[in-house]
Ligand binder design. Structure first.
Ligand code: AFD
Ligand code: MN
Ligand code: MN
Length: 394
C-alpha cells in the first residue's frame, strides 16, 4: 500500500481534536475514586495538561469545559478565555450540568415540578451566555433524565417538556452557535432514558430548530450496535453534529479510543471520509474526546488517544474509494472488504512520525512528553494542594 501521505497529512492537519477538561481531574466509578498524584485540580491545571498534549501533538487547541466543574458562576465567566489563550488554547464546547444537583433527582427539564424545569432551562440559558462570552460555537447537551421504574413518569409528557425546553434554548443561541444533543441508552436511568438513541436525538433536534444536531458518543450504544451505520445515516441527513470519542467493552465505559474496537473506530472514520467525498466538503462536525481515566495516567492517556485517532484516521484515508465502489458495482464482497482490510492492516506509524517531524512536532509525542519531565513537575506541585494518592499507603 503506497502511503500518499501528502494528501493524508493535509487532511490530518485539519483534524482538531477537542479535549475535555474533565478528562484530567480525578474521577472514579460509583464504587470509588482512585486519586492520582499528578491529576489536575483547578481549571488552570486542566488547561496546563491540555496545553501539554497540544504541545506534543499539535492537534488539540480546543478545550471542552463543563459548567459548574470549571466555571464558578456561569453568569459571570471568569478569565477562562485569557487563561486558555495564554496557553495557546481556545474554549470549545460548553457542557451544562443539569444532572448532579439534588433537585434533579427526578429529572431536570422533564421534571414534574415546573419550578425545577425552569431552573434547569435557566442553567442552559446561562450556559448559552457563557458560550457567547467565551466565543464558543458548540453547546453540548447531555441529560441524565429518565426513570428507573415502569409507571414512574409519563414518557410522552416528558418528551413534550424536552421539546419546549430545547426550542427555548435553541432560540436563545447566537446565530454562530450549534446545539448538539447527545443520546445515551441507559445510565444513570435504568428503565427509560428520555433521549435514548440517535432517532430520538434527531427528532429532538428537529423540534429544537435549524442549528441543532446529534452528538454521537461512541460509548452510548447497546452492545452490538453498528455505530458507523448511525454515523452514515446522520451524515446523509445533515444531522451529524459531532462525536464524543472513547471506547467501550460493555457500556459507557469511557475507555481510551481504539483500546477495545479500533476497527470499529476506523469504520466510523471511513463513513465520514466517504460522506465528505460525496458531499464535496469537510463535514461541519465537532471532533471531541469524552473519556475518564480512572487507571491510566491522565495526560498520557490523552496523548495515546490523540495518536490513536490520528493513526486510525490515516488508515481510513488509505482506503481506495474508487476501487471500493468498483468492487461494490461488481458485487464482489471480498474485493470490497479487502479495500478496508488492507488499509487497516497498513502500519502508518513511521509515516505519521515523519509527518509530525515535518510540522516541527515530536515524531513520537508520548516519548517527548515522558522525556520532558512534565508529569513529575506538576505532580510535585499538585500533591501539596490535595490529598495524595501515594499517601494512601500511609
Ligand atoms: C458522561 C455522560 C455523557 C456526557 C459526559 C460529560 O455519559 O457522555 O457527555 O458525562 O458530561 O460521560
Ligand atoms: Mn459524552
Ligand atoms: Mn458518557
Amino acid at each position: 500500500m503506497s502511503l500518499d501521505f501528502d494528501r493524508i497529512g493535509d487532511r490530518l492537519g485539519q483534524l482538531e481534536i477537542e479535549l475535555p477538561s474533565w478528562g484530567f481531574a480525578d474521577t472514579g466509578t460509583r464504587f470509588g475514586k482512585f486519586l492520582q498524584d499528578g491529576s489536575a485540580i483547578t481549571i488552570e491545571d486542566k488547561l496546563d495538561d491540555i496545553a501539554e498534549v497540544n504541545r506534543v501533538t499539535g492537534a488539540c487547541p480546543m478545550v471542552a469545559i463543563h459548567v459548574l466543574w470549571d466555571v464558578e458562576d456561569p453568569g459571570k465567566p471568569d478569565s477562562l478565555v485569557e487563561a486558555a489563550a495564554a496557553r495557546g488554547l481556545r474554549i470549545g464546547s460548553i457542557n451544562p450540568n443539569v444532572f448532579q444537583d439534588q433537585c434533579y433527582k427526578l429529572g431536570s427539564v422533564s421534571n414534574e415540578d415546573p419550578a425545577i424545569r425552569r431552573r434547569a432551562i435557566d442553567h442552559l440559558l446561562d450556559s448559552v451566555n457563557l458560550g457567547k462570552a467565551t466565543g464558543s460555537d458548540v453547546l453540548t447537551l447531555w441529560f441524565a433524565d429518565g426513570t428507573n421504574y415502569p409507571g414512574q413518569g409519563s414518557i410522552r409528557r416528558r418528551k413534550q417538556w424536552f421539546q419546549e425546553a430545547l426550542r427555548e434554548v435553541h432560540d436563545a443561541m447566537p446565530a454562530t452557535m450549534t446545539m448538539l444533543i447527545e443520546y445515551k441508552p441507559f445510565e444513570p436511568a435504568f428503565y427509560h432514558t428520555d433521549i435514548a438513541d440517535w432517532g430520538m436525538a434527531s427528532a429532538m433536534a428537529r423540534h429544537a430548530g435549524e442549528r441543532a444536531r446529534v452528538l454521537v458518543d461512541t460509548g452510548h450504544h447497546l452492545p452490538g450496535q453498528n455505530i458507523e451505520h448511525i454515523v452514515a445515516f446522520l451524515a446523509d441527513e445533515n444531522m451529524l453534529g459531532g462525536f464524543h470519542f472513547n471506547d467501550s467493552h460493555y457500556a459507557d465505559d469511557d475507555l481510551t479510543t481504539g483500546s477495545m474496537n479500533p476497527y470499529a473506530t476506523f469504520r466510523i472514520f471511513l463513513e465520514i471520509l466517504q460522506a465528505e467525498r460525496d458531499q464535496g466538503r469537510l463535514l461541519p462536525i465537532a471532533w471531541m474526546v469524552d473519556q475518564s481515566h480512572n487507571l491510566k495516567p491522565k495526560t498520557e492517556a490523552m496523548i495515546q488517544t490523540v495518536m490513536t485517532i490520528q493513526e486510525l484516521f490515516a488508515k481510513a484515508m488509505l482506503v481506495d474509494l474508487e476501487a471500493l465502489d468498483e468492487a461494490r458495482s461488481r458485487g464482489n464482497i471480498i474485493d470490497a472488504e479487502e479495500c478496508l482490510k488492507s488499509a487497516y492492516a497498513t502500519d502508518v506509524r513511521e509515516a505519521l512520525g515523519q509527518w509530525r517531524a515535518g510540522r516541527g512536532l515530536p515524531a513520537d509525542p508520548m516519548a517527548a512528553h515522558r522525556e520532558s519531565g512534565y508529569q513529575g513537575k506538576v505532580a510535585a506541585d499538585r500533591i501539596k494542594r490535595k490529598p495524595s494518592a501515594s499517601s494512601s499507603y500511609a
